[in-house]
Design a protein around this ligand. Structure first.
Ligand code: KMH
Ligand code: ZN
Length: 308
C-alpha cells in the first residue's frame, strides 16, 4: 500500500446545473481558473467537461474545450483527464470526440450501461435560471446512460492508439467484471485506474459495505494490476473518501460530483474541496501525490505528449 495518494478533481461535470450553485465553473475562463487553483491546492489530475458559456449546458464539441485546455497545461503540471462520458444524453461518437482530438494523458471510460436518475434533485429547486435545467433533471426518469460493449470498444479504438490511458468509471460491481472482460481480451493494459463511483441513483449505494465490496471484488479480479480511486456523489463525498483512504485508495473530489463542503454548506470552489481532501489525507499520515508521482503510479505518457 503506497502512502502517496492521488487527488483527482472533477471541476464541473455535466449533471449539476447553474441554478444549484453560483460556484459551478461554466465559462472557459471559470473552468481554467478553477482547475488551476485546484491543481495548486494539490490535485494531481484534473477531470474536465465543457459547457456552453451562456447557458451552462454541457457541450462536448472539441471547440468548447479549446478555451481552457492550453491554459491549464501552461499554468500547471497537472495531468489533464478529458471526459468521454460527456453528458448521458449524448451519443458515444459525440462523447469521444474531444479525447480523440486532444489526446490527453487520461480520458474517462464508463464501464457499463445504467439508469442514471438525477430527477430527485427537482425537489430542491422551484425555479431554474435556464429552461434546459428542468428538462435535464426531469428527463433522467427515462434515461439510460448507454455504454454498451460496442460503445466501450469505440472509445478504446478512437483513443487508446494515442497513448491515452483511462480512468475506468465503475458505478457498480458489474462494471468491474466488464473491465476484467476487456482485460482478458487484451484490449486494455494494466495498471488499471479504477474510479469507483458511489451514491448515484442507478449505481451502487454508499454503505461502508458497498465500498468494501467494490474493493474486495477489484482485488480478486485485478490483484496488483489496479490503482483504486473512489468518489462519493453528493453529501457522501468526504465520508466515502475517508473510509477508502484508510483502505489504500486514491480519491476524487470536485464540484462535478458534489457541490458541498459541509452539511448544508456549498463549496465555494473546487480548490476548497481539494484543500479539505489534503487535510484528511495528511491527517491520516498519508501524502498527497504530485502530478509526476501520479504519472509514475498510473504509467502515463507525459504532459508533453498531448495535442493541445
Ligand atoms: N460524474 C461522474 C459520476 C465521465 O465524465 O466520464 C461520472 C463521470 C463520467 O465523471
Ligand atoms: Zn465526468
Amino acid at each position: 500500500m503506497s502512502d502517496k495518494v492521488i487527488i483527482s478533481c472533477a471541476v464541473t461535470g455535466a449533471i449539476h446545473t447553474p441554478t444549484m450553485t453560483p460556484f459551478l465553473p461554466i465559462t472557459p475562463d471559470e473552468i481554467a481558473h478553477s482547475a488551476i487553483a485546484a491543481a495548486e491546492a494539490g490535485a494531481a489530475i484534473i477531470h474536465l467537461h465543457a459547457r456552453d458559456p451562456e447557458t451552462g449546458k454541457p457541450d462536448q464539441s472539441p471547440e468548447a474545450f479549446a478555451g481552457f485546455l492550453p491554459r491549464i497545461k501552461q499554468a500547471t503540471n497537472a495531468v489533464v483527464n478529458i471526459t468521454t462520458g460527456g453528458s448521458p444524453y449524448m451519443t458515444v461518437e459525440e462523447r469521444a470526440k474531444p479525447a480523440a482530438h486532444y489526446q490527453p494523458e487520461v480520458a474517462s471510460l464508463n464501464m457499463g450501461s445504467m439508469n442514471f436518475g438525477f430527477f430527485p434533485l427537482l425537489r430542491k429547486y422551484k425555479e431554474f435560471n435556464f429552461a434546459w435545467e428542468r428538462e435535464h433533471l426531469e428527463g433522467s426518469r427515462d434515461l439510460v446512460f448507454r455504454n454498451s460493449y460496442k460503445d466501450i470498444e469505440y472509445v478504446l479504438e478512437t483513443c487508446y492508439g494515442n497513448g491515452t490511458r483511462f480512468e475506468f468509471e465503475c458505478y457498480d460491481i458489474s462494471h468491474l467484471y466488464n473491465l476484467a472482460h476487456f482485460a482478458e481480451r487484451g484490449l486494455v493494459k494494466p495498471p488499471f485506474f479504477v474510479q469507483s463511483v458511489f451514491g448515484l441513483l442507478g449505481g451502487i449505494g454508499t454503505h461502508p459495505e458497498d465500498v468494501m465490496h467494490m474493493k474486495r471484488t477489484a482485488d480478486r479480479l485485478f490483484g496488483d494490476d489496479f490503482r483504486w480511486s473512489v468518489l462519493g456523489a453528493g453529501a457522501n463525498q468526504f465520508r466515502i473518501a475517508t473510509q477508502a483512504l484508510a483502505m489504500g485508495a486514491n480519491i476524487r473530489v470536485g464540484l462535478e460530483d458534489s457541490i458541498w463542503i459541509a452539511r448544508g454548506k456549498l463549496a465555494e470552489s473546487n480548490a476548497q474541496q481539494v484543500e479539505k481532501a489534503r487535510t484528511i489525507i495528511e491527517g491520516l499520515g498519508l501524502q498527497v501525490a504530485t502530478p509526476d508521482e501520479a504519472r509514475d503510479i498510473l504509467s502515463l505518457k507525459g504532459g508533453d505528449q498531448v495535442n493541445f
